[in-house]
Design a binder for this molecule. Structure first.
Ligand code: MLT
Length: 396
């Protein structure tokens, strides 16, 4: 008799962002004509940059001609794409061979898929508050999850200690949702801990392009020893506006082995079996992000989001609301005013000011009492939301 995967019974009823969009839809249903100001899910509002659009158009035309047409693409990525990514790392002094780079359809897909490389009995350490897909993807497999809470007292950047045991650990830096970023010294402590414990770090670098402080690491491979303990997962979603276009990349060093098994070889085996690669057209568009002009253009877009962050931070400063993030990351993490719980504050903001944010509790229980604003909304919406926030709390 067929048995469904009963691990699904251990998941919350619905995924965080799905629950939020349902709540917003219900609100709009009962408040016809209202406009909401979306600072919730980190979805970009600016279009793809010109270089990417040009490359996408050219790639479409290539597919119209016998001489330039492409059928199946190499499962692990086109050479031109892997070369572009390796070149990007090289600018920061990180030497990768092209076959250490794998194309993906984006970080969220990859963060779940990569779990195929590990045994179900491996334990996983999740630093919370955390992107909820880390926890959900592991619950679906039935893996033991160790929740490591962080808070204001450690700047939401906990450090390893010798008593902490786990086989896998997620590190997201710059962090979603808190915007906190590990410096090289602290990241080195995690790398040393992982090597010592034979653990593997799944390093989520989706927000690296938002780092402003020169000294902060963009990649875990800036840290000595990371090649024997880390996999880096990155995405063009936030870097270059690919949330709806979908493309990312994963780096698995050749040295990464456990019990005589090589994770790079295993991932080649996995991808060649489970995917037919990412389309030629998308990889052409994605490779354009790494050209000189592409980099200039995406940086201009990132500056627009950074301006949004400034506008929201000014509003919070005016109101004396505690927050962190916003500088080296596109998220602002704030303490809910008046001791409201995360979901109370969500409902209050939606009802009174039509602002949508993300309740901190959705990122783990230690996120209770906190709230996240995304800075990816349109400039007009962000300015209006900041104004409404100030009006709402100045009245109180
Ligand atoms: C977020 O809002 O946390 C992200 O946009 C979600 C994602 O990248 O899937």
């Amino acid at each position: 008799m067929l048995k469904p995967n009963t691990n699904y019974k251990n998941l919350k009823d619905s995924y965080l962002f799905f629950r939020i969009s349902q709540k917003v839809n219900n609100y709009l249903e009962s408040h016809k004509g209202d406009k909401v100001y979306r600072l919730g899910i980190g979805d970009v509002s600016l279009p793809l940059c010109d270089e990417v659009i040009k490359a996408l158009h050219e790639a479409v035309d290539d597919q119209a001609n016998k001489a330039t047409f492409h059928g199946y693409m190499p499962e692990c990525g086109a050479d031109f794409f892997k070369k572009a990514v390796a070149g990007y790392y090289d600018q920061r002094g990180i030497k990768l061979s092209e076959d250490e780079v794998f194309v993906s359809s984006g970080a969220s897909d990859e963060l779940g898929d990569i779990l195929d490389l590990f045994d179900k009995s491996d334990s996983v350490l999740v630093i919370e508050p955390a992107y909820p897909a880390y926890v959900d993807a592991n619950i679906m497999v039935g893996r033991q999850i160790i929740h490591l809470s962080s808070g204001k007292e450690n700047g939401f950047l906990p450090l390893p200690d010798d008593n902490q045991k786990a086989d896998l650990i997620y590190i997201c830096s710059p962090n979603n949702p808190t915007g906190a970023v590990y410096d090289k010294k602290s990241l080195k402590m995690w790398v040393d801990w992982a090597n010592k414990n034979k653990a593997v770090i799944l390093f989520d670098a989706a927000y690296e392009a938002f780092i402003e402080d020169e000294a902060l690491p963009h990649s875990i491979f800036e840290i000595e020893g990371a090649r024997t303990c880390a996999i880096e997962i990155c995405s063009l979603s936030k870097t270059a506006g690919f949330t709806g276009t979908r493309c990312g990349y994963t780096v698995i060093p050749k040295e990464l082995e456990r019990e005589g098994m090589n994770f790079n070889n295993m991932w080649v085996r996995n991808r060649t079996t489970k995917t037919n690669g990412v389309s030629y057209i998308l990889q052409k568009g994605a490779a354009a992000v790494f050209t000189e002009k592409g980099q200039e253009q995406i940086k201009k877009n990132i500056q627009v989001y950074k301006q949004n962050a400034k506008c929201l931070m000014q509003a919070l400063d005016k109101l004396g609301i505690w927050y962190c993030g916003g500088k080296n990351a596109p998220y602002i993490w704030l303490k809910c005013p008046d001791n409201m719980s995360s979901w109370e504050f969500f409902d209050y903001l939606l009802e009174k000011a039509q602002i949508v944010g993300t309740p901190g509790e959705g990122f783990g229980s230690c996120g209770e009492g906190y709230f996240r604003f995304s800075t990816f909304g349109s400039v007009e919406d962000t300015e209006e939301a900041a104004k409404r926030l100030v009006e709402l709390f100045s009245k109180k």
